[in-house]
Ligand binder design. Sequence first.
Ligand SMILES: [Zn+2]
Length: 526
Amino acid sequence: MKELILRPHQSHVEGQLREQLRAGVSRIVLVAPTAFGKTETAMFLIKLALQKGSRVWFLVDRVTLVKQTSDRFRAYGIPHGTIQGANATNDRYAPEQAVQIISIQTFERRDLGDPADLIFYDECHSQYAETLSRLEKYSKSKIIGMTATPFAPGMAQFWGGIVNGATVNRLLADHFLTPLKIKACVSPDMQGARRKPGGEYADEEAGQRGITIIGDVVQTWIQQTQKFFGGPAKTIVFSPSIKHGEELCRQFAEAGFNFQQISYLDRGDDVRDEKIDEFRKPDSAIHGLVSCAVLTKGFDVPDVMCGISCRPYRKSFSSHIQEMGRVMRTSPGKDFGLWLDHSGNCISFAQDTAWLFEYGVDSLSDAAKRDAEVREPTEKIKQTLFCADCGMQMEAASFVCRSCGWERPKRGEIQIVQGELIDFAHSIQETFQPRKGLRAECVNDPRAIWNAALSYTSSNSSKGPEFAKKWAMGVWFGIYEGARPPRGFFDGKADPSKVQTDQWSLIEREVQRFRKRSKHNQRRAA
Ligand SMILES: [Zn+2]
């Protein structure tokens, strides 16, 4: 039996969860990236609950995850039963146990009697209406949701509190996640594409348009895996439609590679599980697994080296993050994952991703809007973040592509500074660039700069909070020209106690600069 010892970042979160529960918050979302160890953190709380004689339910999104979760509970010696499908064919059915692992599908259909004292809802961003309406009735239960992407509209209405686990950048720095090398490749033109009622691109439409570039997808994969891994590497493909996936497998087969599609059309879970089991083997006969809307949740094959994104999203930031998460698992000998973007998603969501990876999620009501906003890849973001020659993502401050040596054209009088070399380009510093020529260490933290600006304008103006906010926004956008921070970013109260001296003097300088310029302009106008 394995001993359950929480890592420091998990133990910190476990403490925060208990604190909120004690304070009377009964529905809390634990937000943490893949590889944080949300399940371990939950198991720790379950052990404590068992000591107090409490009953616990652990809800998982699909039947395959019941067994996977049950295996992990077993490994740590947590006695439990499972509830899924027919009891007679379930060899882990044990209704007398205080801990039950339950599939959502069964949870929604079956009367389970008195609700448990403590309920965990894994991957709670899925938001099944029936599940929520059942949970709604359990006014005495404490409910903890777990997700990496709490961006589904409506989450703020159900959940009362939020606890942030470690951020992606923290886990990358601590080597619990593998960095990605991202290449912007040919992607289909989605202009004017048909949309679903919610505003997302229609699957069939995305598939149809995607089919036209499959030849390029195959060629790019052959070249890039050769370049980075010296030959074929274990790959997953995110495909928009069944037809698209079939055509992709066919063209890969023609080129001599074994790509297999798994989809919700598979005859039962068995066929799908067989393919995934084969794919799991270190020397798998399958080069690539093509997923049409099935691999984003709970799929865990750590030695996947390459991801191909073929499903363009117009709104669903969650899907993009969940997909990338599948290639960021650590595995012995894996130094990085290769991400071939044939969808434009890495460009569309570049700023959102940088923000999430650095800061996590502050509030559910702001987060919930992330999946509702429209983004489309723009040439400007592409030029700022990707090499114009080979398409690899590069640090915006860097003038030489690490991958091919291409040099970014120099602009006017700007002094060339070779950027700090890092593998993973999704850092705040790169997507939230200060104005050219503005140098100060503290601009690396746009959130702290906002706090400093608002503190400054609030204490230097007597025209009320609305005015102070507008003024501070002017200052902030003067520093980060063209930046697009997440919604709600400007809504918080200023906390002057957190402002550092260098931040304060930067704001002062910016305000003076602005005054000088407007005087200058006035003179010119006169
Ligand atoms: Zn390059």
